[in-house]
Design a protein around this ligand. Structure first.
Ligand code: CTP
Ligand code: MG
Length: 234
C-alpha cells in the first residue's frame, strides 16, 4: 500500500502581499498562516509525514513553536527560485531523507492556502486512490471571462465552459512528479499538474466545494480570517 506525504512549498516572499514578512508567516487567527496548512495534514490519518520546504535564508520559521506537529514534521531549507524549484528540491531531498517510495503519493500544497478542510482533503485522496495519473483540487470558473488588450480594453469575451481554477493539494506519485519536474522548464509553470501535463498525462480535476483560495493580496487575508473564525464557531 502506498503512503501519503504532504509537501508544502513555503520559500516564496509574497511580493503581491506587499509586506516585509513573507506572507506564509503573517498572523491569521492568532497563528502564522502556514500553521493552518500544516494542521490540516497533521490532523489527517492518511498523511504519514509533512515536509515543509523553506528558503535557505528563511528569516521566520525558527521564531515560532512547531512542537505540536513535531512527530510528523520534516523541515528542509532547500527552496529555490521558483515554486517548481522549491517542490523539486524538496522532493529530491525528502525522497531519501524520509524514505519515500517511487509509488508513494505526494500531496503538494501551497503554504499560502490556510483553508483546506478535512472534507476536501479526503475527497481528493478518495477520488484518486486508484488513479493512474493523480490530480488536483479545482473549482469551475464562476465569473465571466474577458480577454483584454495591453491598455485594458476588452478584445473579446471568452467562454468559461470547461474552465477550472487550479488549487492545491495536487497529488501525484513521487516518481512521476520528480520525472515531470526534472523535464519541464520550471520558470514557465505555476503548479505541479502543468509538469505532469507536459508529459502528455491528464490529471483529474476534483471539484473542491469548500473555500480553499490562496492568500495572495492583502484583502485575501481578511477574508481567510473571517472564514476561519466562522468555522471555529461553536
Ligand atoms: N513558493 C516557494 N518557492 C518559491 C516561490 C513560491 O516555495 N520560489 C511557495 C510560496 O511560499 C507559496 C506557494 O509557493 O506557499 C504559492 O506561491 P505564491 O502564492 O505565488 O507565493 P509567493 O511566490 O510567495 O507570492 P508572490 O508570487 O506574490 O511573490
Ligand atoms: Mg509566486
Amino acid at each position: 500500500m502506498p503512503n501519503y506525504f504532504a509537501l508544502l512549498p513555503a520559500a516564496g516572499y509574497g511580493s503581491r502581499m506587499g509586506q516585509h514578512t513573507p506572507k506564509q508567516y503573517l498572523t491569521l487567527a492568532g497563528k502564522p498562516m502556514i500553521y493552518h496548512a500544516i494542521r490540516a495534514f497533521f490532523q489527517s490519518t492518511h498523511i504519514k509525514r509533512i515536509i515543509v520546504v523553506l528558503s535557505p535564508q528563511d528569516p521566520e520559521w525558527a521564531k515560532h513553536d512547531w512542537q505540536t506537529f513535531s512527530e510528523k514534521l520534516t523541515v528542509l531549507y532547500c527552496g529555490g527560485e521558483t515554486r517548481a524549484d522549491s517542490v523539486f528540491n524538496g522532493l529530491n531531498t525528502a525522497a531519501e531523507q524520509c524514505a519515500i517510495d517511487a509509488d508513494d503519493w505526494i500531496l503538494v500544497h501551497d503554504a499560502a492556502r490556510p483553508l483546506l478542510t478535512q472534507q476536501a482533503l479526503n475527497q481528493l485522496i478518495e477520488t484518486l486512490i486508484d488513479d493512474s495519473v493523480g490530480g488536483l483540487l479545482a473549482v469551475p470558473v464562476a465569473d465571466t471571462l474577458k480577454r483584454g488588450s495591453p491598455d485594458a480594453r476588452v478584445i473579446q469575451t471568452e467562454s468559461r465552459e470547461q474552465l477550472w481554477q487550479a488549487q492545491t493539494p495536487q497529488m501525484f506519485r513521487r516518481a512521476m512528479l520528480l520525472k515531470a519536474l526534472r523535464m519541464v522548464e520550471k520558470s514557465n509553470i505555476t503548479d505541479d499538474a502543468s509538469a505532469i501535463e507536459a508529459m502528455g498525462h491528464h490529471p483529474k480535476l476534483v471539484h473542491c466545494i469548500d473555500d480553499n483560495f490562496k492568500v495572495t493580496y492583502p484583502q485575501d487575508l481578511a477574508l481567510a480570517e473571517l472564514i476561519l473564525h466562522n468555522r471555529n464557531k461553536p
